[in-house]
Structures are given as structure tokens and as C-alpha cells.
Design a protein around this ligand. Structure first.
Ligand code: HEC
Ligand code: HEC
Length: 221
């Protein structure tokens, strides 16, 4: 039990306090740590039980009908500042939903939506978008080539070869151009908070380099 629990000293509150502590630790355990396990179990169904997998996907697409208003039916967003989710890594997506829900990442739309979703729903939503095909747009070839060179210089170690991302670092290939630009500018301005490695990297980028990176990344699949 957490140290906070031992601090409840008021006479009348001792028993009630101890009980509340137990209940709230159980709730926290069920809500926080479990969604990754649920996601792993869900992904395993694809091989082990295709019928159950199809059924889960059906539930996921029903749960995502509201999300589609902004992120699109096919995970390709319909607004420049809304990220594409199609083909993004499932664990990365889940982590972002968790971050919105617990306040580590803040957005006035996403924070309340994420907080409302139960752990099992968070895992479902992550799978729903992760298995969709990424979307690429056409970009100026010379600009995109310059962006690729810049990407290979400074970005590959975290965001991966061809910008396909990992469980921890976002996929950038096929991301919405407007969102990429907006995020890079805000990271460059220190939007990720002090000590962010990504802000340090973004600070080394000039405006033209950002344009080139956006052209390259948004035109990859
Ligand atoms: C009204 C529009 C809107 C709706 C509806 C919406 N989103 Fe979002 N979503 C956004 C915006 C805007 C962002 C980017 C926020 C930011 O800049 O941090 C975002 C970001 C995200 C991200 C982070 C992606 C990344 O690459 O970092 C995930 C995951 C996500 N949304 C999932 C969902 C899910 C699941 C739902 C449905 C439960 C949903 N969204 C509904 C607008 C919306
Ligand atoms: C040392 C690892 C590392 C390297 C190298 C790196 N990044 Fe990142 N990147 C991160 C991390 C961590 C985040 C999450 C930042 C946050 O929100 O605090 C991130 C986030 C981003 C985002 C926002 C993604 C989203 O879905 O919201 C973009 C865009 C991005 N990086 C582009 C780049 C580009 C372009 C380069 C090369 C110039 C680069 N990164 C190099 C670690 C890295």
C-alpha cells in the first residue's frame, strides 16, 4: 500500500481511510497498468483466434465512430492539425491515449475523450487504427529529397528507417503535413517542456529544413 495511506490518522477516518486506500489502489491498478497487457492479448488473437479477432475489430470500429469525425473513417484525418492515426504503432497509440487520460499530454478535445475510455476500449482503439494502411500525399520531389537527407542525418536513430516509428517513437511516414509542421514548430518553441530531447533536436532546424522534412515525411508510406 502506498505511503499516503499510512498518513490517515483521524480517529473516525482510520477504518474508512484504510478501506478507501485499498479500493483506490485496486482501481488504479486495473485502470493504469492493464491496458498494455490487454493490447498484447488483443493483438495475439489475430493468429490464435481469427473469429474473436474479427469480432473485436467490429466492436472497435463502433467505438471509433466518434473519433472518425476528426481522424477519418480510414484513420486519415480530415483536418490539417489533426494527426493521421492509420498505420501508427499500436503501443505508441495506446501510450498517447494513456498520456491524454492522465494529463501527461494535454489537449482540450483529446484529454476528456481519453479519460472517458476504459482500459479495454483504449486497447481496442489503438488496434483499430494501427492495422489501417498509412496514407501518403504527393510532395515536391526536390524538397522531399532534401528532407530525406536531413531525416537520415538526425532522425533515424529514434523514428526509424523510413520513419516507420517504434513502440516508443511515433511513426512519421504518412503523417498529416499540417500536423507535422505544427508539432515541429511547437517542439522548437519548447512546447514539450524542459528537458525534452525532441525540443533540443527541433531547435537545430531552420524553417526551410522543417518544410523539407514535412514534404519528405508526409509523402512516405
Ligand atoms: C474533435 C476532433 C477529435 C476527435 C473527435 C478525436 N480526436 Fe484524437 N486528436 C485530435 C487532435 C486535434 C489531436 C492532436 C492533439 C495535439 O496536438 O496534441 C489528436 C490526437 C490524437 C492521438 C495522438 C496521435 C499522435 O500521433 O500523437 C490519438 C492516439 C488520438 N487522437 C486518438 C483519438 C481517439 C481514439 C478518438 C476517439 C475516442 C479521438 N482521437 C477523437 C482531434 C480529435
Ligand atoms: C533521441 C530520439 C529522437 C530523435 C533523434 C528525434 N526524435 Fe522526434 N521525437 C522524439 C520524442 C521523445 C518525441 C515525443 C516528444 C514529446 O511530445 O515530448 C518525438 C516527437 C516528434 C514529433 C511529433 C510526433 C507526433 O506524432 O506528435 C515529430 C514530428 C518529430 N519527433 C520529428 C522528428 C524529426 C524531424 C527528427 C529529426 C530532425 C526527430 N524527430 C528526431 C525523439 C526523437
Amino acid at each position: 500500500m502506498s505511503w499516503g495511506c499510512a498518513k490517515r490518522r483521524s480517529l473516525a477516518g482510520v477504518l474508512l481511510g484504510a478501506w478507501l486506500c485499498i479500493v483506490s489502489s485496486l482501481v488504479a491498478a486495473a485502470e493504469g497498468s492493464d491496458s498494455r497487457t490487454l493490447l498484447r492479448e488483443l493483438l495475439a488473437l489475430r493468429e490464435s483466434d481469427p473469429d474473436a479477432w474479427t469480432e473485436q475489430l467490429q466492436q472497435a470500429s463502433e467505438r471509433a465512430s466518434f473519433c472518425a469525425r476528426c481522424h477519418g473513417n480510414d484513420g486519415v484525418s480530415v483536418q490539417p492539425l489533426v494527426p493521421n492515426l492509420a498505420g501508427q504503432n499500436a503501443y505508441y497509440l495506446l501510450e498517447q491515449i494513456e498520456r491524454f487520460a492522465d494529463g501527461r499530454r494535454k489537449d482540450f478535445i483529446m484529454s476528456p475523450l481519453a479519460a472517458q475510455a476504459k482500459p479495454a476500449e483504449r486497447a481496442l482503439l489503438a488496434v483499430h487504427y494501427a492495422i489501417m494502411s498509412p496514407h501518403a500525399v504527393v510532395a515536391d520531389p526536390a524538397l522531399a529529397a532534401a528532407g530525406r537527407r536531413r531525416y537520415e542525418q538526425s532522425c533515424i536513430t529514434c523514428h526509424g528507417i523510413d520513419a516507420k516509428g517504434t513502440e516508443v517513437y511515433s511513426r512519421l511516414a504518412g503523417q498529416q503535413a499540417g500536423y507535422l509542421k505544427h508539432r515541429l514548430l511547437s517542439l522548437r518553441a519548447g512546447g514539450a517542456g524542459p528537458g525534452s530531447v525532441m525540443s533540443e533536436i527541433a531547435r537545430t532546424l531552420g524553417d526551410e529544413e522543417i518544410e523539407a522534412l514535412v514534404a519528405y515525411l508526409s509523402s512516405q508510406r
